[in-house]
Design a protein around this ligand. Structure first.
Ligand code: LLP
Length: 414
């Protein structure tokens, strides 16, 4: 959270007053720090001299301004849909640095990716391999592919965001992968480029990453013995951030743990971090609507809700909630911070000590990743605004959705 700091008790971002931003843009509103995104990306990039490509996982935050910030740094992108590919292109990203992940790629998505010349498809099944070969044949090109292997490693994270274990829907069983590579080698319209995995998200230790990479390196050896030579190894994303009690490794520690395995120098290392690049570079600013007491419980009702930020509801995620203007002398109270949505699961934080009153602004911290992208119109609430702060200035990079826009495409039967 180095980019959001207090100056004279006032929260600032990249030298700007958050209060000034929210007074102009209204709430709820996501605010991203250009400097924060840049620093986080560079901390991965500077962590090794081994040949590498950082493919930022677009799903974490796909605002064009965020993608463009990363494209300008030279980042690649990990996409999971045609929509994400179009966003990358609109943000001036280089298609030759794009890897395409996901268990259910559709024909039109594969065709578009082939036409723009992406770096690699991370193939997750035999059916997908054959479909890619067929579409590439039709377009008379060769599709670059890697197989996404399921290394069967427990990432020790929330079950909803764990993906690298045997019983998960992701990837190809390690032993079956060898056969599938041999099959791929016989297909005229695919070119084998690498091997990939992604074992989960919000990992807070290096051991599962190391174990997964070890399995991939073992497979690479087996493949070389069978005459199949790879150019890259893609270790996926998943490095966690410090939300509360967790102490995840830094990008440096993470990289040095991976590099201890002596990855051969001809094998380019591909990384797909999402959260670790954008989570800390964003806040969700919200206004206190009212304070309410129910029995012994005190509620602080704010103008953002689970439709704007789903992680507390969906994963029981803990995010720090802080005042935009600190009031050091004011009396504090223990509050549940809740939104206006008609569900008890609609909360941003529970049992938080704050000094607040109606009209104050609060910041839900570390909401740059999996925030706006997971928002919805539930309860017919328009989507929040997104703002980027850079060099003492800010820009609305997506205006708040209007009420009319929200249902403009709906129609009556008659
Ligand atoms: N690569 C692949 C193939 C992925 O599926 C993901 C995330 C990533 C990379 C990036 O992982 P990261 O570095 O961000 O951990 N909505 C959840 C997170 C879902 C992650 C899904 N896959 C959350 O809010 O915690």
């Amino acid at each position: 959270m180095n980019d959001f700091i207090y100056h004279n008790h006032e929260l600032t971002v990249d030298g700007l007053s958050v209060k000034d931003i929210v007074r102009q843009c209204q709430t709820p509103c996501f605010i991203y720090s250009h400097a924060g995104i840049t620093r986080a990306w560079r901390s991965f990039d500077n962590a090794t001299t081994h040949p590498h490509l950082i493919c930022y996982a677009v799903k974490a935050n796909s605002n064009l301004a965020v993608l463009n910030t990363l494209a300008e740094l030279g980042s690649g992108f990990d996409i999971v849909s045609q929509g994400e590919l179009m966003r990358v292109l609109a943000a001036k990203g280089d298609p030759r640095k794009v890897v395409f992940s996901g268990v259910g790629k559709q024909s039109d998505e594969i065709a578009m990716a082939l036409k723009v010349g992406i770096n690699c498809f991370n193939v997750e099944s035999e059916a997908e391999l054959l479909l890619i070969n067929q579409i590439a044949n039709h377009l008379n090109v060769q599709a670059p592919i890697a197989l996404r292997v399921n290394p069967d490693v427990d990432p020790i994270s929330h079950p909803y965001i764990s993906t690298g274990q045997k019983e998960s829907k992701f990837g190809i069983d390690a032993q079956e992968a060898i056969n599938l590579y041999q099959q791929a080698a016989t297909l005229k319209h695919v070119k084998i480029k690498g091997i990939a995995c992604h074992i989960g998200s919000q990992l807070t230790t290096t051991a599962p990453f190391v174990e997964a990479l070890q399995r991939l390196l073992g497979l690479i050896d087996q493949l070389e013995n069978k005459g199949i030579k790879l150019e890259h190894v893609d270790v996926g994303g998943g490095l966690g951030v410090h939300y509360h009690h967790q102490k995840p490794p830094t990008p440096n520690e993470y990289m040095s743990a991976l590099l201890k395995l002596n990855i051969p120098s001809h094998l380019k290392l591909i990384l797909e971090p999402g959260r670790a690049i954008v989570a800390n570079a964003g806040i969700l600013a919200t206004k206190v609507l009212l304070i309410k007491q129910s029995g012994n419980k005190h509620f602080c009702v704010v103008d953002c809700a689970m439709n704007d930020y789903l992680r507390p509801t969906l994963y029981d995620a803990w995010h720090n909630i802080i005042p935009v203007q600190q009031q050091p002398q004011a009396l504090t109270q223990i509050y549940d911070i809740v939104g206006p949505i008609c569900e008890s699961g609609d909360f941003l934080g529970k049992s938080r000590e704050l000094a607040v009153k109606a009209g104050d602004y609060l910041a839900v911290c570390q909401t740059g990743a999996y925030g706006f992208v997971m928002s919805s119109n539930y309860n017919s609430r328009p989507k929040a605004a997104e703002v980027m702060a850079k060099d003492n200035a800010f820009k609305i990079v997506r205006p708040r959705e209007t009420l009319e826009e929200m249902f403009a495409k709906e129609s009556l039967w008659t």
